[in-house]
Design a protein around this ligand. Structure first.
Ligand SMILES: NC(=O)c1ccc[n+]([C@@H]2O[C@H](COP(=O)([O-])OP(=O)(O)OC[C@H]3O[C@@H](n4cnc5c(N)ncnc54)[C@H](OP(=O)(O)O)[C@@H]3O)[C@@H](O)[C@H]2O)c1
Length: 252
């Protein structure tokens, strides 16, 4: 089945802030039907009013929420594109001082959340005939760094599951894209990771032009609107000031 009514409809997780929110805006502006998913209902309602996207509050790591989400989206006509953006980091401790709670949070959201959404929506995407899954990983999933252990472990795992999925689903004509950004300035990412504004601001201090959420959303939009047989399987996107994870140019 390659029904026109199912075309150009995406579910975007992480839609209440940062890259996910910018991606909802970018796809809604292209005329897509967009289901915007995150836990904070009030932020989704504002985005819904602004863009016409359908906000559905849900915790992607909770099985009941994922079932409810699948039912809502099915009832509303379905999707052909699943965009897993929800995730993030907690803490910057070295492995020897790791917080179990932080590591569990990172694994639960970045890895299990991506898996649960993907597992739930795969039958719909396969049935469509030209499905796409896009996972937002990170350059932290491609190279480890000191103090990155827990986030590295989660993003390496999300990167690995993305690779396995691409191999497993090619016969079902499913396109699987990975977008791995470096330093992106978003309001909440570093704040949630480090716990206070001062520490969060230091992450970006002196970096003249980090990536913005809109920069990444534009790349996501490009990748999912390219003709379906074009699979940008892994897109690494960094600001020019960050030539590698370990080389970040700060001025001043
Ligand atoms: N910022 C960067 O430098 C950077 C670089 C590379 C990769 N990334 C990755 O890009 C993605 C987005 O990052 P961002 O910078 O836009 O961060 P952000 O602003 O903190 O966004 C994270 C989003 O995930 C949602 N979320 C978290 N836990 C959830 C859960 N259990 N269920 C549903 N939604 C959940 C949050 O919404 P609620 O709190 O409302 O649920 C929020 O919308 C993440 O996967 C991050 O790891 C970020």
């Amino acid at each position: 089945m390659t029904s026109d009514s199912l075309k150009k409809a995406a579910l975007v997780t992480g839609a209440s802030s940062g890259i996910g929110e910018a991606t909802v805006r970018a796809l809604a502006a292209e005329g897509w039907t967009v289901f915007a998913v995150a836990r904070r209902a009030e932020r989704l309602a504002a985005l819904e009013a602004e863009t016409g996207a359908v906000g559905i509050p849900a915790d992607i790591s909770a099985d009941d929420d994922v079932s409810r989400l699948l039912a809502r989206v099915t009832e509303a006509g379905g999707i052909d594109t699943l965009i897993n953006i929800a995730g993030g980091a907690r803490g910057a401790d070295k492995v020897g001082a790791a917080s179990t709670e932080d590591w569990e949070w990172m694994y639960r959201v970045n890895v299990l959340g991506t898996m649960k959404l993907t597992r739930a929506f795969l039958p719909m995407l396969r049935a469509h005939g030209e499905g796409t899954v896009l996972n937002l990983t990170s350059t932290a999933g491609l190279a480890a760094y000191e103090g990155g252990g827990g986030y590295n472990a989660a993003k390496f795992a999300q990167h690995a599951l993305t690779g396995a999925l691409r191999l497993e689903e090619a016969e079902n004509n499913l396109r699987v894209i990975e977008v791995a950004p470096g330093l992106v300035y978003t309001e909440e990412f570093a704040l949630n990771r480090l716990g206070d504004r001062q520490a969060a601001d230091k992450v970006y201090q002196g970096v003249e032009k980090p990536l913005t959420a809109d920069d990444v959303a534009d790349v996501v939009r490009y990748a999912v609107t390219a003709p379906h047989h074009v699979n940008l399987d892994q897109i690494v996107i960094r600001p020019v000031a960050q030539a590698a994870n370990h080389k970040l140019i700060r001025k001043g």
